[in-house]
Structures are given as structure tokens and as C-alpha cells.
Design a protein around this ligand. Sequence first.
Ligand code: AHR
Length: 493
Amino acid sequence: MKAGVKINRDKVISKIDDRIYSSFIEHLGRAVYGGIYEPGHETSDDMGFRQDVMKLIKELKVPMIRYPGGNFVSGYNWEDGTGDRSKRPRKMELAWNSIETNEVGIDEFQEWAKRADSDIMMAVNLGTRGADDARNLVEYCNSKTDTYYADMRRKNGFDEPFGIKLWCLGNEMDGDWQIGTKRPKEYARLACETAKLMKMVDPSIELVACGSSGPQMESFGEWEETVLREAYDHVDYLSLHSYYGNPDDNSQEYLGSATIMDKFIKDVIAICDKIKDEKKSDKKIMLSFDEWNVWFHSAEQDKKQEPWQIAPPLLEDMYNLEDAIVVGDLMITLLKHSDRVKVACLAQLVNVIAPIMTVTGGGVWKQTIFYPFKYTSVNGRGTALTADIQCETFSAGKTENAPTVDAVAVLSEDETEISVFAVNRKLGEDAELDLSLEGFEGYKLTEHISMEGENLKAGNSIENPDKVTPVIKSVDGNIVLTGGSWNYLKFTK
Ligand code: AHR
């Protein structure tokens, strides 16, 4: 099959906000305990943070990390994770039926994030708590005043504020699995009033209101409209969450997953702009896709976990090659919408539906999805350009009329490189690209990396960590995208 790809210098989507390459660490399973934090581990630093894990996180160049949840945050008292560690309470953690020791809280996490060269995106508890605790947390983290919570931070050893700029007003508050689920109007009022108080404490912060937990939610649409009608003037972003998977083992259908993400984003943009028009506002609400990934492999094994364990192995999806292709394609989709998607968080980062896995007391290894995330995060900084594509379409299961080839281009800040991220979603059919770079003189293909292989179900493990790694392709001759592959093409001036 042939596919035409035209990249034109004038077809700018947007300057990419680096926060599109963010991730997420929740107090869930072995993400914190046994993941980023393991005192006594041979690689741990003075605070118990694993340096083998840190090294891989830095390889991914993650600019911001959402914390501390997720579902966890809706039952969390942030004060439990501050101050004297010997006095911190052990609690029943109701979101994941685990025991939370509170050994790590915001005091430690902010230090860890600094060491990881990352900012924090902080979520507040709007499940069991509300506006009062949220504004207190903003004061604790960000205020320089001589007042109770800022003083409490100083007493705990932190003279300087943590300076957290981006905050989530709760998490998935429409989900009946959420601690303290809300109806649309209830959440809309709470989010609005909480936002007002938080911004009174620190007017420089930005706020993300919860959108639906996914397009499959019955109240999707109504939820977004209600929240925005109420809180439009007080929030900056609306959240999107979505997970993809191949539970029916239909790989061809699965490789079309990004078309579902694409529609979801377009639908949410339309809602935001409808409310903008209604309000005759000049302000555009931006999107924070603050949970996205593949998540389905661990569903059955998680049901077998005993409750009330400390850091049980939960949501430990073992990813394979087809998952990596889908993750790469989801990133292409986010970049294609980078004019509105300013923040996106790969959920999550370590051990829990994660690109990085650890053995508690042992080594660390990279899942297949590590690679498309890394190549896109490292090379996809600058200005996103549209790739106009002429190609066949395919249908399989719920995937209908999906373009076989999809792509986006990124022009680097210094304009010396054009990175093209591309997928061929059609299994068994290679695509020969007729690729033109319009308005770019003297750029040559200098690198072609792909995720492809015979066995779509192959994955990595601690025993065999390099079974699935990027393939280095020839840069001479025609550009061919193998049937069922994700690709990174670098053009250099
Ligand atoms: O990322 C795992 C979970 O998925 C989060 O805790 C929750 O917000 C979502 O349902």
C-alpha cells in the first residue's frame, strides 16, 4: 500500500506545551512503596529514593507528575503525610483496600520530584473533604505568610514554599467507584467554590476541573456542561481520562484505539467552546488529559489480591508490542490536538500500569511502552505541524473507517530537526510513504526507529528485559512503515 504524507511549514498546530509529556504517581500498589521509594535498597539515596528508578524516569524526561491520586486522593488527609514520620497514622485506604503507612507524603514527594527534575500537579480531596482542606493545602504548599499552615510547613523543615502551580479539583468525581461520588450539579458547585478559595490563597495557581471519567460515562456531556456553566471563570482546564485495551483479543480493532481518543478530544473541545459562546467569554478552556494509557491486562489478577496489605502488587499490567504501538499512536493523537491539550499524564509511571517496573529488593526494567513514550517525549518538543495524509482506511470491530496511516510532525525549537511520529495500523500490510516536506529546504532523513515485530504479544520482563526494543531501520531508499508498527523519523538540516 502507498500513503502520501505532506508536511507543510505553514500548517502549524501549536507550540507544544512540554507538560503534554507528564505522568502520574498515585499511592496505589507498588508505585510509591517498592517503586520510587525503598529505603535499604542498594540504589537508594539518603531519603530512601531508588536511584535506578530515578535514572529511568529521567530518561523519559517527564516535566510534571500528578500526585497523590487518582482514586486514592478522594479519601486522603494530606496532613497524614507531613511532619514527624514516627507519628504518622497508619490508615485503611479505601480506594484500593490497602494499608497506607503515610511514610511518604507531600513533604517527601516534593523533594523526590525536585530530584527527578519534575514539577508536581497536585490533586485535592473533594471526596471526603472540601474547600477548607483544599485551601489549607495550598497555604501549606505555596504560602509565604506567617500563618498556621505555612508555619506548619516551616516547622516541618521547609522554609521555602513548594511552589506547586497546577492543581486538580478532585478526581473522577462522577464515578460511582469514587469515594464521595458527586452528581453533576453537586460537583459543579463544590469545584467552583473550592477554586475560588484556592485562588484567593494563591492567585498564581492554575486549576483543572474534573471532566467525565471517560466518554463511556452515562453523564458524559451533561457533566462537562454543568461543571463549566458553574465554574468557567474560576478554572483553567477540564480533565479527560481514558484507558484503552484489547480484552477481546482483536488486535486489528485494538490498533485503531487512537481514533476513539481523537473523537473524545474533539467532543470535549466542542463542549468547552459551546459554553464559551454561551458565556460570551474571551477565555478558552484548555484540556488536561491527565490519565491516559493502556489498562486491561491486570484486571483478573487484581481481583485475587487480599485486602489490607501494604503496597500490594496492583494494576501491574505486563505490556506487549501491540500495546507499545497503541501508546505511540495515542501520543500522536495528543500532539495533533496540542493547540488544546496542554497537559497530559501517562497513567502511571512506576509499577502501576507503568513503563517502568521494579522488583522490590531487586532490579528495574523497561516495559514495551517505555520506548514510544521516551522517543516522543525527548524528540517531540517544539512546534507541532499537521501531517496531511492520503491513505486507505480500515474497519475492524468498533474501529470504523480508521486511516491506516497516521502521523504528526514536530519542528524543533532551533529548527534543525523535524521529527515525524507515524503509525501503520494495518496488520500485515506495509505502507510505502510518499513523504514531502514543503517549505523545508535541505532536510534529510537521518534516523528511523520503529516498534514492530513478528509477535504482537511479546513483552519484556525482569528475566528478559530486552525482548522488545526499538528496531533501527535503514535511512536509505524509500520510507516503509511495516504493517502494524509505530515509527519515529528524524529529518536533520
Ligand atoms: O490510574 C488508575 C486509576 O484509574 C486512578 O486511580 C483513577 O483515577 C482511574 O480510575
